[in-house]
Design a binder for this molecule. Structure first.
Ligand code: NAD
Length: 464
């Protein structure tokens, strides 16, 4: 790794101008350069694994095992390193008869400078994953990590500033003011991960400069549970996915819609599994994260008011701890059903007929993820075709997002655009159409005077 000493941080406009000048040299474009930078990034992450995991612990009380989810972004990096050469190859396109002879292809080119704004919940991987895409696509980048995960922000800053020159990849730490000073500049792409409200602010700022955006947002991801399942396995998977990172996961199952006939057994199984995974006193469990801030703690605890708490409910503000909590008999209009929970609270609602559950899901904005637990293929297909969501996982949770060959992104209120692996390369490239014609022949059917060529032209159209 080339160790660079951290340069003084310039103002956003000056920094972007330096990146423009560097980008214009063309150095970021060749395959060898991109590959070398990706490998440098991989080495830099490997060297700092412990610091990354420690930072997730400092910011979110993250257990070490879950801290490694941040480092797990290395899997994407390895995938991109392996596949990049193939992705960069121009894609040949066949010509219609009237265009022959000639050749046509689509060639990916980098956009320029990409602004990456990250959230606090997976504060390392959610800025590094878009960065992998930006580098793979041949761009420069500026990262703005979340100020609410300060320990991780510091680790990312040290990593970036010791690995890359700022005219190639730079970082600007700070809060809303820093974010807004960056958003005032004309970037070539803005990659934002965060809440829907801030997503709107980002898109408004981008519109002023006609800058394309990728918005990775949140929402309420439903989990539909049919009666025909392996209850033990299903509940274990749901409990893991919900209480991971104390529920502060954008694709966590937000609420359960369970077939009424198994609801009592389902709730009992939740209670049993939660105890098995986190012990009788979950505040003593080494495997539960904490809420990121007092503000988030107060907001999530506020959702418990007036609810039928059947599991958990204990909380301690000094420790920002909230026990894995299950709410039963939740009213569809309760506050907990009006906003993304983003904490360790799981409301359970029942349905009689699958059509009811589908209608309820469809009455809310399109979610980032949707989960179906069922062995009934017809029911699986019915839910798949009658609902819209960023992604779907059948009989499990979360894991669909760790398959690098699949796009990850929202739809409607849960986001615009997608990334991961080749999809990041695609999103952060311009796909340029090129047609090349030879000189040796120049048929004159398209040139005026048109009069005697019309019949031939009409025939050609009908043949195409
Ligand atoms: P947030 O929208 O509050 O903040 C995200 C980033 O935007 C931060 O870097 C912050 O500094 C910046 N920001 C905040 N207010 C701003 C403003 N007014 N102007 C400009 N920039 C501003 O989101 P968060 O609280 O950090 O993260 C939680 C949200 O992110 C949840 O809704 C969650 O679902 C979503 N999320 C989505 C994904 C995904 O991949 N789709 C992943 C993680 C989190």
């Amino acid at each position: 790794m080339t160790a660079l000493s951290a340069p003084p941080r310039q103002a956003a406009g000056t920094l972007l101008q330096a990146q423009r000048t560097f980008f214009a040299t063309g150095q970021t474009k060749p395959y060898d350069y991109r590959l070398a930078q990706l490998k440098k990034l991989k080495d830099a992450i490997l060297e700092r694994q412990d610091a990354i995991v420690q930072a997730a612990k400092d910011d979110l009380g993250r257990p070490e095992f879950e801290g490694y989810f941040e480092v797990g972004i290395m899997a994407e990096l390895s995938h991109v390193i392996k596949k990049l050469k193939g992705w960069m190859k121009p894609r040949k396109v066949g010509l219609p008869l009237a265009q022959m002879p000639g050749s046509a292809w689509v060639q990916a080119e980098p956009l320029g400078s990409v602004l990456i704004i990250g959230p606090w919940n997976y504060p390392f991987q959610l800025v590094i994953s878009p960065l992998i895409g930006a580098i793979a696509a041949g761009n420069c980048a500026i990262i703005k990590p979340s100020e609410l995960a300060p320990a991780t922000s510091k680790v990312v800053a040290e990593l970036i500033e010791s690995t890359f020159a700022p005219e190639y990849v730079a970082i600007r730490e700070g809060g809303v003011d820093v974010s807004q000073s960056l958003l005032a500049e004309k970037f070539d792409h803005i990659f934002f991960t965060g809440g829907t409200r801030v997503g709107q602010i980002v898109m408004e700022a981008a519109a002023k400069n006609l800058t394309p955006v990728t918005l990775e947002l949140g929402g309420k991801s439903p989990c539909i549970v049919d009666a025909d399942i392996n209850l033990e396995v299903a509940v274990r998977r749901i409990v893991w996915g919900k209480f991971l990172n104390a529920g502060q996961t954008c694709i966590a199952p937000d609420y359960i819609l369970v077939k009424e006939e198994i609801k009592p057994a389902f709730v009992a199984a939740l209670k049993q599994r939660i105890e098995e995974l986190y012990g009788e006193d979950p505040s003593q469990s080494p495997d539960l994260s904490r809420l990121v801030s007092d503000h988030q703690f107060d907001r999530v605890v506020g959702l418990l008011a007036g609810e039928d708490v059947v599991v958990g409910g204990q909380h301690d503000r000094a420790d920002r701890f909230i026990a894995p909590t299950v709410l039963n008999n939740v009213d569809w209009n309760a506050p907990t059903m009006q906003e993304e929970i983003f904490g360790p609270i799981l409301p359970v609602l029942g349905y009689e007929k699958i059509e009811e559950a589908i209608a309820q899901v469809n009455s809310k904005p399109k979610p980032l993820a949707l989960y179906i637990f069922s062995n009934d293929k017809a029911l699986q297909n019915q839910v798949l075709s009658a609902t819209s969501s960023g992604g779907v996982c059948i009989n499990d949770v979360i894991l669909h997002t760790a398959i690098w060959g699949m796009p990850f992104g929202g739809v409607g209120d849960s986001g615009i655009g997608a990334y991961h692996g080749q999809n990041s390369f695609h999103t952060l490239s311009h796909h340029k159409s090129v047609l090349k014609k030879p000189f040796w022949i120049d048929l004159d059917w398209r040139y005026p005077p048109y009069a005697d060529k019309l019949e031939f032209f009409k025939k050609m159209i009908s043949l195409s």
